[in-house]
Design a protein around this ligand. Structure first.
Ligand code: DGT
Ligand code: ZN
Ligand code: CA
Ligand code: CA
Length: 582
């Protein structure tokens, strides 16, 4: 059982207790849950982290659990039961005694157990559907303690909770998708096999996978496709089209097309739909018709074999899949003015890497050796700072010790890679930093980030980050909006203002490439590119396996129309370093 799950159950217990008007106890459970959730938040969703709650328990037993801030004897025992058995009798009992399943409301902001209780008592609400109906009928705003504003927030919250249902993180879909793609490529008679759709556009999440195959033996392809080991359910099994649901919940559609239509089908199924519609209009203006079979002048196929030919015939330069969102790319393409996007494999360094000095799993040397294998020429070691005690954040003294270790490894690895001294320094609530300026001054790379107080009012949050950027030692804002895809919204912040100050102060924004972060997102990357704010693409690695995520960051950068000149760690070390604030 992961930290997140333990925290969720403790939270729920506090809510059930609160619904029963029990005093004090709810607060204790909430506090314990918060500590455990923060633990998870700071170290992210990493399977091999050293200090997850299981490890704490394994190493130190019940006593170690009690040492977690906010966890007393009674809660520690409950955590122990959870970790040992995966269940908790106390929790099950509470659940049974309450008529409403609270967990379904957990994503809706501002709707605590007290309010849920009122909604249940006054309106008989027990589910999201009933909540939505009541809100839409404006029945909620009439209740005491609610108003039109909270009713609106409830509707927004429901939308948010639903909107993410069934979308999968691209980064976690890739390994299996690649496996399926290469299996199909290897089938006899298959000329081409490729996954199109949002997957090919590298959208941060994918709804399903859309596979396209060119083969003269469609029946064999279909039969093989539906019988793969990961298939949980066959939704359709046709002659040239099939659909399945995989064990992990992702749907995969497949279509077999003729070689002469491959380009047209690929363009069609890559989308986006809006890009396709705009393309079709361009064709229509020339008196032609564009569909998934080709570009046609009446009955005659003008072209359709490749995407490149289709763009060309339409008077367009080729548009990279990552740009096909109808965000203005076709206008630029018509004028031959598309930006030259940063390429895959063009990064020379990685500016956010955590070692086992804080919550990473590997030593500095192991990280450096792996980075060399990945073709990187420099990495910055950026361990957490002391405020993140549970992640073993570094204080000034340990940072100085670490510097010596980095010097030592640099000597050993001379000529192979350069290890930079860095930090992922916490931005405190008031915008001050978790390390002294004297300590920060000694570092090559100072990254700063928000790991607490996500819910500050927009103005305060904006001021907090502005203040951090105004510190002359600060080079990069790590994961600038703090969102976790499908789990946590970005904190409220005035992005335009932040971008302006970044430009003024020469502060770099990070594109954190971790699959559930991808922060900045595509839209904010574009705004930054337009404003001339430079960015870095970092893995946020917490173990040697995570360097592979860098390319996901490159994809995101491409979706934000970033060029090599926008990304400082695509530059040689000297150039990158001389760009940073002095
Ligand atoms: P997803 O799966 O929700 O992440 O997003 P997509 O973009 O992969 O969308 P999907 O799977 O529904 O459809 C795949 C592609 O097929 C889509 O990107 C464009 C194309 N497509 C689907 N429906 C339509 C449509 O009604 N009109 C046009 N022009 N294209 C469509
Ligand atoms: Zn970390
Ligand atoms: Ca799709
Ligand atoms: Ca689809």
């Amino acid at each position: 059982m992961r930290n997140e799950e333990v925290a969720r159950i403790l939270f729920e217990i506090s809510e059930y207790l609160e619904m029963q008007n029990i005093a004090f106890k709810p607060r204790a459970y909430e506090k314990a849950a918060q500590t455990i959730a923060d633990l998870e938040e700071d170290i992210q969703t990493i399977a091999d982290l050293e200090e997850d709650i299981n490890d704490i328990y394994k190493k130190g037993g019940l006593k170690a659990l009690e040492e977690i801030p906010g966890v007393g004897k009674s809660i520690a025992e409950k955590i122990e039961e959870l970790l040992k058995t995966g269940k908790l009798k106390y929790y099950e009992g509470l659940k049974k005694r309450t008529p409403v399943d609270l967990s379904q409301f957990s994503n809706i902001e501002g709707l605590g157990p007290k309010k849920i209780k009122v909604l249940h008592q006054k309106l008989g609400i027990t589910s999201l559907e009933e909540l939505e109906q009541a809100a839409k009928k404006a029945r909620i705003q009439k209740l005491e303690g609610f108003g039109p504003k909270s009713e609106e927030n409830i509707l927004k919250g429901i939308e948010f909770a639903r909107g993410h249902k069934g979308r999968f993180l691209l980064g976690y879909a890739i390994p299996l998708a690649e496996k399926i793609e290469s299996r199909l490529k290897a089938l006899p008679g298959v000329e081409k096999a490729i996954i199109a759709g949002s997957y090919r556009r590298f959208k941060e999440t994918v709804g399903d996978l859309d596979m396209l195959v060119v083969s003269k033996k469609p029946k064999e392809v279909m039969d093989y496709f539906v019988s793969q080991p990961e298939v949980a359910r066959v939704l359709a099994h046709g002659k040239t089209k099939s659909s399945v649901t995989l064990e992990n919940g992702i749907d995969v559609d497949i279509r077999v097309v003729l070689a002469k239509s491959y380009g047209a089908a690929l363009a069609y199924f890559t989308g986006s739909k809006d890009h396709n519609v705009a393309m079709r209009i361009i064709a229509q203006k020339k008196g032609w018709k564009l569909n998934e079979y080709g570009l046609f002048d009446g009955q005659r196929q003008i072209t359709g074999k490749t995407e490149e030919e289709i763009y060309k015939k339409l008077g367009l330069t080729y548009v990279e899949p990552e740009m096909r969102e109808n965000w203005g790319e076709l206008e630029l393409s018509l004028k031959n003015k598309l930006p030259k996007l940063i390429g895959y494999g063009e990064l020379e360094g990685d500016l956010q890497v955590q070692s086992n000095w804080s919550d990473g799993a590997n030593s500095i040397k192991e990280l450096a050796q792996t980075a060399v294998k990945q073709g990187l020429k420099y990495i910055a070691i950026t361990d957490h700072t002391k405020r993140l005690a549970m992640a073993h954040g570094l204080d000034e003294k340990r940072l100085r010790e670490q510097a010596k270790e980095i010097d030592r490894v640099n000597k050993e690895m001379r000529g192979k890679i350069k290890i930079l001294k860095g930090s992922e320094c916490d931005i405190l609530k008031n915008g001050e930093l978790d390390l002294s300026d004297d300590a920060l001054k000694e570092l090559d790379i100072v990254g700063v980030s928000v790991h607490s107080y996500f819910n500050l009012p927009k103005e305060e949050q904006t001021e907090r980050i502005k203040k951090a950027m105004q510190n002359k030692n600060v080079d990069i804002i790590f994961h600038p909006t703090g969102r976790l895809i499908n789990r946590r919204k970005a904190y409220e912040v005035d992005m335009e203002e932040i971008i302006k100050v970044a430009k003024e102060t020469g502060t770099v924004f990070e594109i954190d490439a971790f699959p559930d972060r991808l922060d900045l997102n595509d839209e904010n990357i574009r705004k930054s590119v337009e404003a001339g704010v430079k960015m870095s693409i970092d893995s946020d690695a917490h173990s040697i396996g995570h360097f592979g995520y860098l390319e996901l960051g490159v994809a995101q950068a491409r979706r934000g129309w970033a060029k090599k000149s926008d990304i400082i760690n695509a530059w040689p070390l000297d150039k990158m370093k001389s760009f940073l604030k002095k």
